[in-house]
Design a protein around this ligand. Sequence first.
Ligand SMILES: [Zn+2]
Length: 420
Amino acid sequence: MRSRMTMFILLTLMFSFLQGSINNVSNFEAEAPEVTDWPEGGNAYDNLVTMTQFGYRKIDTTANENSRNWIAAQLESYGYQVERQSFTTDECSNCQNIVVTINGTLEDEWIVVGAHHDAICYSPPPLIGFTYPTCTSSGAYDDATGSGALLELARTFAQWDITPQHTWKLAWWDYEEWQGSASSEGGGKGSLHFVEQQIPENTNVTYLNLDMFALNWPVEMPAAMQLGCNEDYWTLYMFTSPVEDWSYYEERGLEVTEQMEANAIVLQSRLKEINHNLSHPTEWVSVVDDTKGNSDHYNFIMNGHSATWLRGQHQYIIEEGDSCEQTPKHAQSDSVTTLNTMAGGRTNVESGLQTGLDVIATMALWDRNSTADSSDEVVIAQASQGINSAIAIIAILIVTTIFCVVIYRQEKDIFYDNET
Ligand SMILES: [Zn+2]
């Protein structure tokens, strides 16, 4: 009788220990990073409206200078030390990128998030690129959406008491836009200056480009906008360093290395993981190979870094022979009013901005430097913690079983002894 009591007490202790072990596993998995602030689409929208109020932000203009000064002043008010990276080209005597840095534990591994603060206006298709004196644009979509969203990310990151693993740079590029058919040079000059002059040797960069989004998931496409391009929502594309098709970059002289291929796979899978985590439907928030290159991410990829471009567009843009482009880029009509009309109201523009903000903010959060040095290592740590717990559980079960068998035999012996 006494040995049965002992068995009962011991088994109770064993199972409570077992339960504690299981609880430890779920507690570990449930552990969420803690931040006090999250970027808001409404704030990004307010920023984009302010950007448009400086006028036509063409390179080498007062409007361009005033808008970048405003960005710098906002950043300083958030507590950043602002770096002004001035550069000149044949057609720009006063060009300037605005850049801030959030130091991570790694000095030579960067994540750069960029948007361009300049704007352009010229004739639309079929005769693209003719500039004329009355052609001005407030560049609301292209690219006050990206610039305004990036400023909201900067405000949020300044609130976070987190040291990232990577060193983060937030950059507002000048002279992204091609100046039209009368121009002697192409665009992408601000990001090119950064890539060629501002990245130390042996520094590995992941670049996240924000250029023309907001007209994307979860914004429905108004029937009037579909123009025979039948679809339900605007899509947020992440045109990313290719996993399959590097031809666009190879044709322009890039020698693709194994490291570039490996980095592209890592970036694409990380973006997919983030979107999955945010419950973004893959149909409307889509990570695809970049095969067009025509924004600032091009310069990063051409210089061996990995990159992605967040761009809102309609669903069928990557199909052959597509002619459904309906966004107002480079047109006189690129205004806040047009953006609101196309999205079906201000609230929808904010929701579209929120989708992009959530992606970048999640990436930043996962890059935090907490118990482990990177989110990869966090995942590994979680997995090994899980394995350790599983081993502990199995060991406890084995010990318990042996114990029960021993006690059972002893009881039997006692029983038989008593009987005989
Ligand atoms: Zn643009």
